[in-house]
Design a protein around this ligand. Structure first.
Ligand SMILES: Nc1ncnc2c1ncn2[C@@H]1O[C@H](COP(=O)(O)OP(=O)(O)OP(=O)(O)O)[C@@H](O)[C@H]1O
Ligand SMILES: [Mg+2]
Length: 373
């Protein structure tokens, strides 16, 4: 898959932009704050409906504007796909998706039209931050590969929110038949959990194999092993529905005390182990980077195997920081993959075998624009 057209309107510091990306490698270079990451963010938004760096969609709308949109056309094996995400700061819904010019029923309908893998400095947070960052990583990647996953996740989170609301209202003494109501929600939640946990298990198992192989190929020390392991109450059970139901029953008294649901895949985590030890605590800066790079390369491989399509690779500010070994691994994986590289100096991308160069600049009104060459 690759983008053949990209249009931005009042998106971040872009007034309006039209770009026809080449199928191969494009380098975007320019000063700090010029708008390079903003452009990658727009492509990421088209692939998963969310920014890679903020949970607040409004932040992506150019200051003072009442609507922003990103429009893209992608070429896939099955033909051309056209999609658009519109963001509104003041009217609801604040985010709308158009497919082939027509409003989509749900945001999740946009999955699968544009597939991207982003690799940027903030990806180290997957290792360093808490479990929520790792769940976000899993959820975003998995949604792209299995569009039905996002619907299943939303169903689970909505049931979870209802159960939590019930626990809160019970605390205020507003509920008489609490146990009966909780029984009903437990069944709903357990049913929905199955469809979250099974794809996660599949995805992490596949990703673990790929990432371990990539790590072994890049690492300088052949003894160094990298392992990903799914951690969660339902991560290994053969009977997730029954286990979830039993777990909810067992922790019900605690849940009533704390007024939220403590058991379930919303608390899942991903263990990242280097030679059997926790990467976050024991890994060096370079080992952390190699691990994250291995996961990204593993993901490209997984998308190719599973979807029969290559994703568009978005490399934000990382190319120049990779040593020759890692850079080569990256270039090898990016062969035949549409790649957008950002860097501050044109020379930083030397060796990337780029097909197109654009300088990202800002005009007198601080609007970004691209100059070819
Ligand atoms: N909603 C917005 N409206 C207008 N401008 C915005 C908005 N959000 C961000 N900006 C501007 O976008 C610029 C940042 O763009 P971006 O993050 O793409 O920079 P960059 O080229 O990637 O820089 P660096 O090399 O430092 O990573 C900043 O100047 C910021 O003020
Ligand atoms: Mg940037």
């Amino acid at each position: 898959m690759y983008f053949t057209s990209l249009r931005l309107h009042h998106f971040r510091n872009y007034g309006s932009l039209e770009l026809s990306p080449v199928k191969g490698t494009t380098v975007l270079y320019g000063a700090n704050g010029s708008g390079k990451t903003n452009l990658l963010e727009a492509m990421h938004l088209l692939s998963v409906g969310r920014s890679h760096r903020t949970a607040v969609d409004r932040e992506m709308i150019a200051e003072g504007e009442s609507v922003a949109f990103v429009h893209g056309v992608t070429q896939r094996l099955d033909g051309k796909h056209e999609l658009e995400v519109r963001l509104y700061p003041l009217i609801k819904p604040q985010k709308r998706v158009l497919l082939y010019g027509k409003p989509a029923q749900r945001i999740s309908d946009m999955m699968g039209h544009a597939t991207t893998v982003m690799f940027g400095p903030e990806d180290l947070r997957i290792v360093r931050d808490g479990p929520a960052a790792r769940r976000r990583f899993i959820d975003m990647q998995l949604s792209q590969i299995r569009p039905s996953y996002l619907k299943a996740l939303k169903r689970y989170l909505s049931a979870l929110e209802s159960r939590n609301a019930l626990l809160r209202s019970a605390r205020c003494g507003q509920t008489d038949d609490l146990d009966a109501q909780l029984d009903a929600w437990d069944e709903q939640l357990a049913g929905a959990a199955v469809y979250v946990v099974e794809p996660r298990r599949w995805f992490l198992k596949e990703l673990a194999v790929n990432a371990a192989a990539q790590y072994a190929a890049i690492a300088e020390n052949p003894e160094e092993t990298f392992e990903l392991r799914y951690i969660g109450p339902l991560a290994t059970t053969e009977t997730p529905y029954r286990q979830m139901l039993a777990g909810l029953k067992r922790t019900r008294a605690e849940d009533r005390q704390r007024m939220y649901t403590g058991y379930g895949p919303h608390r899942d985590d991903l263990a990242m182990l280097l030679c059997g030890k926790e990467l976050r605590a024991f890994g060096s800066q370079g080992q952390l980077r190699t691990a994250v790079l291995s996961m990204k390369l593993g993901e490209i491989q997984l998308i190719e195997n599973e979807m029969g399509e290559t994703p568009t690779l978005l490399l934000d500010d990382v190319f120049s920081e990779l040593d020759a070994r890692r850079r080569n691994a990256l270039l090898q994986s990016a062969e035949g993959v549409q790649t957008i590289i950002t860097c501050t100096d044109r020379a930083d991308a030397a060796g990337a075998r780029a097909d197109a160069f654009f300088r990202v600049q800002t005009d007198g009104e601080n609007h970004a624009f691209l100059m070819e060459g």
